[in-house]
Design a protein around this ligand. Structure first.
Ligand code: SAM
Ligand code: FES
Length: 348
């Protein structure tokens, strides 16, 4: 029955709750290989052997939120906080541009210091120097108006993981935040015209297969252009520090199922997966992922953007990561594409 369901989803790119639940309950290492095979085939059909690189700039670790899994949460007083200036961020972009990057992902905690006028000026600065690059923002929840201003200033894409599609779990993990509001933000971003990225963590404390099925069903409804999926990794200075991390196997299964449901999506092989397993990102590429986001942040501050412990690449120069990742991609049977790497529907 597992094979039958997999074949059908690979064919139709649609699934019912019960089918996905059955798969998560019954997949074993052998049938997971069939799933990865389908995911790989679909990935090749959509994007060929291309893997897109995005330069990630973690420009502030100041965060007003208190997500119970996150190392840079407001209550963690042991974090040394930093904010990069516009000039410093532009210098990262400059280095990235020289290395060939044509997408910059600007990520931070939810830091109100970066108000619309600062961000608009930054986006203009990037677009004036490099008109052909894509700018992706990953700066959390903001108002409709703010999202609109940033889009009009030239931002192209926005990553806002939904984190979990279980309302109960969401509310437990995000004190003072709202499940509905997060989804509303994704809806706004989509309406405004961004290429949007949703996504979730695998292996959160208390997360059941049923919850992961909800994540997949939500993605199927939302149809985001990008989907970030990574294992939960416990950070000792957070309330969830004592729990176990998510597993590589389960994360790969969810990446592959996402590839089946959203055949043209852009799915990163996440840093969290690379942190959990030294070959994690390569495994993700073989299971349906087609994006890697090497770090472009200045090395002096990298260690301070510690969402979870032992994050990889914190000591490496941007140029080293660029080369290291290229080797990893080629060793996995893919080729690096340094273009903007828009979603296929945008190119059409
Ligand atoms: N503040 C923005 C937001 O909330 O969308 C962007 C930055 S946020 C730190 C980036 C992502 O890191 C989150 O969406 C979350 O999924 C992930 N993350 C945070 N802590 C994590 C942990 N302990 N293990 C795995 N992923 C984590
Ligand atoms: Fe940073 Fe390999 S990607 S060192």
């Amino acid at each position: 029955k597992v094979k039958e369901i997999l074949g059908e989803i690979a064919d139709k790119h649609r699934a019912e709750f019960e089918e996905l639940y059955y798969l998560l309950e019954h997949l074993n290492p052998q049938s997971a290989e069939i799933l990865f095979f389908y995911a790989h085939k679909i990935q090749i059909r959509s994007y060929g052997r291309e893997v897109y690189l995005r330069g990630l700039i973690e420009f502030s670790n100041v965060c007003n939120r208190n997500c119970s899994y996150c190392g840079i949460r407001r209550s963690n007083k042991e974090v040394e906080r930093y904010r990069l200036t516009e000039e410093e961020i532009l210098a990262c972009c400059d280095e990235g541009y020289q290395l060939g990057y044509r997408t910059f992902v600007l990520q931070s905690g939810e830091d109100s210091y970066y108000d619309d006028s600062r961000l608009v000026s930054l986006i203009h600065g990037i677009k004036e120097s490099y008109p052909e690059v894509a700018v992706t923002l990953s700066i959390g929840e903001r108002s409709y108006e703010s999202y609109k201003h940033l889009f009009q200033a030239g931002a192209d894409r926005y990553l806002l993981r939904h984190e979990t599609a279980s309302e109960t779990l969401y509310q437990q993990l995000h004190p003072g935040m709202s499940f509905q509001k997060r989804r509303q933000c994704l809806q706004y971003l989509k309406e405004i015209g961004y290429q949007i990225g949703a996504g979730f963590m695998v292996g959160l404390p208390g997360q059941e297969n049923e919850d992961l099925v909800k994540d997949l069903i939500y993605l199927q409804e939302l149809q985001p252009q990008m989907v970030g999926i990574g294992p939960f990794l416990p950070h000792p200075k957070t309330p969830l520090g004592g729990f176990l991390s998510g597993t590589v196997e389960k994360t790969l299964v969810l990446i592959a199922l996402t590839r089946l449901l959203l055949p043209e999506s852009l799915i990163p092989a996440t840093t969290a997966l690379g942190t959990l397993d030294p070959r994690g990102r390569e495994k993700a590429l073989r299971a349906g992922a087609n994006v890697v986001m090497p770090n472009l942040s200045p090395t002096e501050i990298r260690g301070k953007y510690e969402l979870y412990p032992n994050k990889i690449c914190t000591g490496d120069e941007a140029a080293e990561c660029r080369l290291c990742i290229e080797h990893r991609i080629e060793d996995s049977g893919f080729q690096v594409n340094m273009g903007r790497g828009d979603h296929l529907e945008w190119r059409r």
